[in-house]
Design a protein around this ligand. Structure first.
Ligand code: F6R
Length: 269
């Protein structure tokens, strides 16, 4: 894992946007996996800004979102489809038909996973997957003890995730306890992964992901198996890392190396 530590969330957002921009500049028809939640908002703002200021185009890009709640229609204010439309898709030039979010209202939610896997495969697989991490180490909605070999399917949320997300729902509103999520294997199949985390409340999950044992108890630790995962975190999220100084040193060395060689070697396809 490559671990990049930033002084603040804005430099983290800029660097993650640089990496996404490089990918879609090299391959205009890139397939990008996307996350919702508060973490990637800075990245989306930055990409929108680049679309508006210098015409960064998403015209041929295809996207697959990680997850969606079960039982919430697309046009519900808290659906992940609404989130993506409001915070990203409606402000760039992407074709809406090229943006996929699992169908949380399917008559049989158990059929959604295999169909979603098939459409990722038909698109040629995910070139670059953007992830956030939950305070309990989940990625997508793969909660602790999710199979490390899982594919897209229905999952039951933990009490902690329900509580973490309750801030988005009115106290008397229906809050879903089930979600459809890409599996851990689906995520690991992406050619490149960027996982972002901000804030002290993510410090333990970040430590378990990067330095903890490979364990279904921290689903994000499965990323240790992936060849090209970059962890982008701010100082508070990095505060529990034992080898923090080493990651900074590696970052400086890599910057040096990448300046001398072709950064395009890092782009996936
Ligand atoms: C959402 C998702 C989740 C979030 C995680 C962190 O699509 O995949 O795994 O990334 O719950 O959420 P925030 O960013 O709100 O802390």
């Amino acid at each position: 894992m490559e671990v990049l530590i930033f002084p603040d969330s804005s430099s983290l957002a800029k660097k993650s946007a640089d990496l996404v921009e490089s990918q879609i500049t090299k391959y205009a028809d890139s397939v990008i996996g996307l996350a919702t939640g508060s973490t990637p908002l800075g990245l989306y703002r930055e990409l929108i800004e680049r679309h508006k200021s210098h015409g960064l185009s998403f015209k041929k890009v295809k996207t697959f979102n990680l997850d969606e709640y079960v039982g919430i229609p697309d046009d519900h204010p808290q659906s992940y489809r609404t989130f993506m439309d409001d915070h990203f898709f409606n402000q760039i030039d992407i074709e809406k038909s090229n943006t996929k979010v699992p169908d949380g209202m399917a008559g049989n939610p158990l059929e959604v996973g295999p169909a979603y896997e098939k459409s990722i495969e038909e698109a040629g697989g995910i070139d670059l997957q953007v992830l956030g991490v939950g305070t309990d180490g989940h990625i997508g909605f793969n909660e602790p003890t999710s199979s490390l070999g899982s594919i897209t399917r229905v999952k039951t949320l933990t009490q902690q995730t329900i509580e973490d997300n309750s801030r988005f729902f009115e106290p008397d509103e229906f809050q879903p306890k089930l979600a459809i999520t890409m599996g851990i294997k689906t995520i690991l199949d992406a050619r490149r992964i960027l996982i972002l985390a901000n804030g002290e409340n993510k410090a333990q999950a970040v430590r378990d992901m990067v330095e903890g044992p490979l364990s279904a108890f921290c689903p994000a630790s499965a990323l240790q198996l992936h060849q090209r995962t970059t962890v982008l975190i701010d100082e508070p999220a990095a505060s529990k890392l034992t080898l923090k100084g080493y990651y900074k040193f590696v970052g400086e060395m890599q910057d040096d190396l990448l300046r001398k060689h072709r950064p395009s070697d890092w782009i996936s396809r």
